[in-house]
Design a binder for this molecule. Structure first.
Ligand SMILES: *Cc1c(COP(=O)(O)O)cnc(C)c1O
Length: 379
C-alpha cells in the first residue's frame, strides 16, 4: 500500500524481519546442498512468504543461494529492477500475455504446455534472444506439468525450437510433507525413468530437480542437481517431525502496542455479538491489529498474545482493525505497552506454528497472509 507522503510517523503495528536469522537458515541449506553436490534455489514466492521479496532476495544471495524461485512475473521483474542478476525461476506456469516480459527480463520459464513453449520461442526470436526454460513434468500432483506418457511427443514437437534453451527438467511432489514415502518414491521413479527415456531420444536437460524443504531435510537421495526449499528458509520445517533434524530460526515477529486499557465490571459483553462476557472485574486492552491485517478471525476468543512476557487471551470477536485482550492477571498494563502477537517477549514465545495449529492451517498461510499495510522492518 502506498503511504501518504506527508506522514512523518508510523503506526505501532510492525512485522520485524530478522535478516540475520534468514541468512543463517539459508546457510544451513547451502551446506545441505553442497554436501549433495547440488545447487540451492531459494524459493521466495508469495512476496517471500510475506517477508518482502526484494530484501529477502538480496539476503538469500548474500548467504549463498545460487538461484531464486518465484511464481509471478511481477516478482521476477521486481527482483531484476532491484539489481538481482542470478537466475530467477518462474515456478508456476506463465500466462502467454506475460511471456514477452518474462523473456525480456531473463526469467527462467517453466514450460508445461506446447502452447507456452511456442509462445516463449516466438518471443525469444522477436527479441533476438534464447530463452532459458525448464520442462515441468507432472508425476502426480496434477497441477502443472506434462504427463510423463506425453513427454516424448512433447519433446519431439518442442525440444528443437531455436528460441529455447532447455536448461532443466523438474517435478514437484504431492505428498512428501505428509511423509508418504510410497507415493513420493513412485513419483521420483517415474520422474527418473521419464528422463532416461527422453535422454535416449537425444532430449537432454542438464539440471534435474525435484525436492522442496521436506526433501532437502529428509531425503538426500532425491536432491539431484538442485534443491528448492521455501518455507524452511523462514525458520519453520514443513512438519513438526523434522524439527529436531536441523536448527532453524524464525525470521518474522509481529508486534504492536496497547491502544487503550479499560476496566469493565462483571457480566459485560465485549466485542461484536457480545460472545465474550466478563466473569468478574476485568481489565480489557485494545490492540490495533485485526483480521484486516491478516490476523485470522478464527482466532477470536482463542488466540493468545504476549504482554509483559505473559500470555493474554483474545476476548471476543476480532474486528477488521483491532482486537480486545484480557490483561486482568497482568500488573500495570498501560497504553503504549508492547504486545507481541508472534515472536518472543520476556522469555516466552508464540510461533507461527502455534498460530497455524490454532487456525487449523499451515505456517505458510499464517506468514503469507500478513497484509501489505503492516510495515516490514528489517533488522
Ligand atoms: C513452493 C514451492 C517450493 C518450496 O516449497 P516448500 O515446501 O515451501 O519448501 C518448491 N518448488 C515448487 C515448485 C514450489 O511451488
Amino acid at each position: 500500500m502506498t503511504k501518504p507522503t506527508l506522514l512523518t510517523t508510523r503506526g505501532p503495528t510492525v512485522a520485524e524481519v530478522n535478516l540475520r536469522a534468514f541468512r543463517d537458515n539459508v546457510d544451513v541449506f547451502k551446506t545441505i546442498a553442497t554436501d549433495s553436490g547440488s545447487q540451492l534455489m531459494a524459493v521466495i514466492k508469495t512476496n517471500a512468504y510475506g517477508h518482502g521479496v526484494v530484501p529477502i532476495g538480496h539476503a538469500a544471495i548474500e548467504a549463498g543461494a545460487d538461484r531464486l524461485g518465484v511464481t509471478t512475473v511481477e516478482e521476477g521483474v521486481l527482483l531484476r529492477e532491484n539489481g538481482i542478476d542470478v537466475p530467477i525461476h518462474l515456478l508456476s506456469s506463465t500466462n502467454t500475455s506475460q511471456v514477452a516480459d518474462a523473456v525480456a527480463y531473463d526469467l527462467t520459464i517453466s514450460v508445461s504446455s506446447q502452447e507456452l513453449a511456442v509462445a516463449v520461442h516466438a518471443a525469444a526470436l522477436k527479441q533476438g534472444k534464447t530463452a532459458t526454460v525448464h520442462l515441468k513434468l507432472d508425476t502426480g500432483l496434477h497441477r502443472f506439468g506434462i504427463a510423463p506418457e506425453n513427454a516424448w511427443d512433447f519433446c519431439r514437437s518442442c525440444y528443437h525450437l531455436t528460441g529455447l534453451y532447455w536448461e532443466g527438467i523438474y517435478t514437484h511432489f504431492s505428498s512428501a510433507d505428509e511423509g508418504d514415502w510410497t507415493t513420493t518414491e513412485q513419483q521420483f521413479t517415474l520422474f527418473m525413468d521419464t528422463i532416461l527415456d527422453l535422454n535416449e531420444g537425444g532430449y537432454n536437460f542438464p539440471i534435474k530437480h525435484a525436492g522442496a524443504s521436506t526433501i532437502a531435510i529428509e531425503r538426500n537421495d532425491m536432491h539431484l542437481d538442485m534443491i528448492r526449499p521455501g518455507i524452511a528458509l523462514f525458520g519453520y520445517t514443513p512438519e513438526i517431525r523434522q524439527q529436531n533434524k536441523l536448527t532453524l530460526k524464525p525470521v518474522m515477529a509481529l508486534k504492536s502496542n496497547i491502544l487503550l486499557v479499560r476496566e469493565l465490571p462483571p457480566n459485560t459483553p465485549v466485542g461484536y455479538g457480545g460472545n465474550y462476557v466478563t466473569s468478574g472485574d476485568e481489565k480489557i486492552a485494545i490492540v490495533p491489529v485485526g483480521h484486516g491485517d491478516g490476523y485470522k478471525r478464527v482466532l477470536s476468543n482463542k488466540g493468545e498474545v504476549l504482554v509483559h512476557g505473559q500470555r493474554a487471551r483474545i476476548a471476543g470477536e476480532i474486528s477488521l482493525d483491532q482486537m480486545m485482550i484480557d490483561v486482568t492477571h497482568i500488573n500495570d498494563v498501560r497504553n503504549g505497552d508492547e504486545v507481541v502477537l508472534m515472536g518472543e517477549q520476556g522469555g516466552d514465545a508464540i510461533s507461527a506454528r502455534d498460530i497455524a495449529d490454532k487456525v487449523g492451517s499451515i505456517v505458510d498461510e499464517v506468514l503469507a497472509s500478513l497484509m501489505e499495510r503492516v510495515p516490514r522492518v528489517y533488522k
